[in-house]
Design a protein. Structure first.
Length: 402
């Protein structure tokens, strides 16, 4: 094995608030376990009620931009002397550019940074649908007409300036890592053609296959509660599916965000109800997954990958989702779950997928086994075997061509 290098991981949040932080919580011990020295730079500090992603991690440096300011944080980075920076996204393109001056860097594209004005990569008018445009001046017309974001033209112009700056930064990275072929195509169209490397995510499935059990009637959603996640469509689809199945279903929602108020205000019916659980610690979320019948991923934007589907599969929980973004790369219909037919945001298509997944007990048990087997494709070793050479190559290129 090549000698260990000094890796600075830079990100926005220290708290576990979403998929990026969940990924970093997993990758920190993996990298240190292979002999690399790690530092973490985060823009936002942990909150009193939050859980830090680096709890228990072996770090040589913890650098807070919020506490130290940009100049102090950059000075701390210089003191850490990284061989390579593993960038996960920052709020400020200007800070990102200054960081790139200190060491060679690899960018993990968790989302659509530098490829979309709003970062959501979807239209809302005339209906919810993924967007496949390349970022450019034409997006300034689509933004207000097709509601790519809000209605403020001032916000649109500010976000366009930020995203075009981020797109220019893509060319300065030694490599851009992505989790899916979908994201590889997206980033290649936006200027990182020769540098895009697919690095599938990792997860540790339970060692034993799921044992047969009775259904509980629970449909689980886990993620940020934003309009792009399709929660309103899901709530209606669960109610319809319950009526078609002639049984009561409970939609349990783990997460926080602007859609929570709508969910809490929706009344229970004779067929279904909604339980809002708030943000859950990983061990509590795992228990929810083990108790649920299906994970619903009704995203109406093109999910870059959909890590929660792999997390659920690891405990034998099949998924139901729209075939958007990177989801079809890991969710094989009829094997590890069901894909909703028709356009994204189709309530009838999502209802039918839920009914297919839950309507026949033998089929549902088979989906549980299929989801568990599929999760084994995404091991920690496979992730490190793909990621580590990219980081080492970036560090080596810097030594050869400083």
């Amino acid at each position: 094995m090549a000698r260990g290098v000094r890796v600075l991981i830079s990100t926005i949040n220290r708290d576990l608030v979403g998929g990026v932080e969940t990924y970093l919580r997993q990758v920190l011990p993996l990298l240190s376990g292979r002999g690399h020295s790690l530092g973490l730079m985060h823009q936002l500090d942990s909150t009193p009620s939050g859980r830090a992603l680096d709890e228990g991690a072996a770090l040589e440096a913890r650098i807070s931009v919020q506490s130290s300011g940009e100049e102090g944080a950059l000075q701390a980075v210089r003191a850490f002397r990284p061989d390579v920076i593993y960038q996960q996204g920052l709020v400020s393109p200007a800070l990102e550019a200054r960081l790139l001056e200190l060491a060679p860097a690899v960018f993990f594209a968790h989302g659509y940074s530098g490829t979309c004005i709003s970062g959501t990569k979807r239209f809302a008018v005339p209906r919810w649908s993924p967007c496949s445009r390349t970022l450019g001046v034409g997006c300034l017309l689509h933004y207000p007409l097709r509601r790519c974001g809000g209605l403020s033209l001032v916000t649109m112009q500010r976000q366009y300036a930020v995203q075009t700056a981020r797109r220019a930064l893509l060319r300065r990275y030694r490599a851009v890592a992505v989790a899916s072929e979908h994201m590889a195509r997206e980033l290649s169209r936006h200027g990182a053609t020769a540098k895009v490397v697919r690095v599938p995510p990792s997860w540790a499935p339970l060692p034993d296959a799921p044992a047969p059990r009775a259904q509980t009637g629970v449909v689980l959603f886990a993620g940020r509660l934003t309009p792009e996640k399709g929660l309103r469509e899901l709530a209606r689809a669960v109610e319809r599916a319950a009526r078609e199945l002639d049984r009561r279903l409970v939609l349990r929602v783990a997460g926080a965000g602007p859609e929570e108020a709508w969910l809490r205000a929706r009344p229970a019916t004779g067929a279904s109800r909604i339980d809002c659980l708030g943000w859950l610690p990983p061990d509590v979320l795992k228990a929810e997954m083990q108790a649920a019948d299906v994970l619903a991923m009704p995203s109406v934007w093109p999910e870059p990958f959909g890590l929660s589907g792999i997390e659920a599969g690891g405990v034998g929980l099949p998924a139901v989702a729209f075939p958007v973004g990177g989801i079809p790369e890991w969710l094989e219909p009829g094997v590890g779950g069901e894909l909703a037919e028709g356009p994204p945001a189709s309530i009838s298509g999502l209802t039918a997928a839920l009914v297919r997944a839950l309507g026949d007990l033998d089929h549902w048990q088979a989906l549980r086994h299929g989801a568990w087997r599929s999760a084994h494709r995404f091991s920690a070793a496979a992730h490190l075997d793909a990621l580590e050479p990219v980081l080492l190559a970036a560090a080596a290129q810097a030594r050869l061509h400083p």
